[in-house]
Design a protein around this ligand. Structure first.
Ligand code: GUN
Length: 281
């Protein structure tokens, strides 16, 4: 392997340590409420990890595990109650929501000052004009990794695979603000392979095992794998064929232990930001 491994786990631990240090100085503990509707097993795992992260960072946390039959009205009522709570700084509604619930309406109902996921249209707008209060967690985590390893997107060709609201779009926006030349590829892009192979920084957020092969990686490229897939053997893996891509890349993220822990650390950072905001700091 020629590439340097980007250790997301170690960097996330460092970030969380910094969050804990700062949280201890606040008059009131930061508080995070996590809402999980239904019993998606992957979501269950994420929610449990978030509880652990809150403990590590010295936060107060609450978890609402609601049945899949929860109505839109009930969910909106819970969000409204949490919006009004002085001890809750951040509200996270775990996505995807079960069928029948209107995700857009729920995200719009969250107080933008408690929107630690950075999913509310107000915060998405702030991000787009370059004055974000919160960093979108996964793309923000990627930017922290680039910074830590001295990789500056300015003037680089950055190719983002995937155009989701959670990752692809905000990722492109952050890279653009960092002065990268950004290309977005998606399911209707006919020449994705060629475009990927032209990238100095390649970010894959599609969710398709084996998507990024060695021929899509330029010699010396930085390869960031955002995906969390399961292969046929049930093993956690990303979009990138890691072994072959690592031969050509200069830097590469593993899955697991790459972007995943960074997403969680950024959520803690955003909750701290919200707590400071709510305490007039
Ligand atoms: N589902 C997958 N990723 C995320 C995330 O970052 N936040 C929320 N709320 N749901 C998700």
């Amino acid at each position: 392997m020629a590439a340097t491994l980007i250790d997301g786990k170690a960097l996330a631990a460092k970030l969380k340590q910094n969050v804990l240090t700062e949280a201890k100085t606040l008059p009131r503990k930061p508080g995070l409420a996590v809402i999980l509707v239904g019993d998606n097993p992957a979501s269950r795992v994420y929610v449990t990890s978030k509880r652990k992260d809150c403990e590590e960072c010295g936060f107060y946390s609450e978890e609402y595990a609601l049945p899949a039959e929860t109505t839109q009205k009930e969910l909106l009522a819970l969000v409204a109650e949490l919006n009004g709570r002085a001890d809750i700084d951040g509200i996270l509604v775990q996505l995807p929501l079960p069928k029948g619930l209107d995700e857009k309406e729920v995200l719009l109902a969250i107080d933008p000052a408690k929107d630690v996921d950075c999913f509310h249209p107000y915060n998405v707008g702030q991000l787009t004009i370059g004055t974000p209060v919160f960093q979108p967690c996964t793309p923000g985590g990627v930017m922290e990794m680039l910074k830590e390893y001295g990789i500056d997107p300015a003037g680089k060709r950055c190719v983002v695979l995937g155009r989701s609201n959670i990752v692809g779009k905000p990722m492109a926006m952050l890279l653009l603000h960092a002065h990268g030349t950004v290309v977005m590829c998606h399911s209707k892009t006919p020449d994705m392979k060629e475009l990927a192979a032209s990238a100095d920084i390649l970010v894959s957020a599609v969710g398709k095992t084996g998507l990024v092969t060695a021929d899509m990686v330029k010699e010396g490229a930085v390869v960031i794998d955002v995906a969390m897939n399961r292969n046929d053997a049930g093993k956690l893996c990303g979009d990138v064929c890691f072994e072959e891509a690592a031969v050509k890349a200069s830097y590469i993220t593993p899955v697991p232990g790459g972007v995943g822990p960074m997403t969680r650390a950024m959520l803690m950072k955003n909750t701290l930001t919200a707590a400071k905001l709510h305490q007039g700091l």
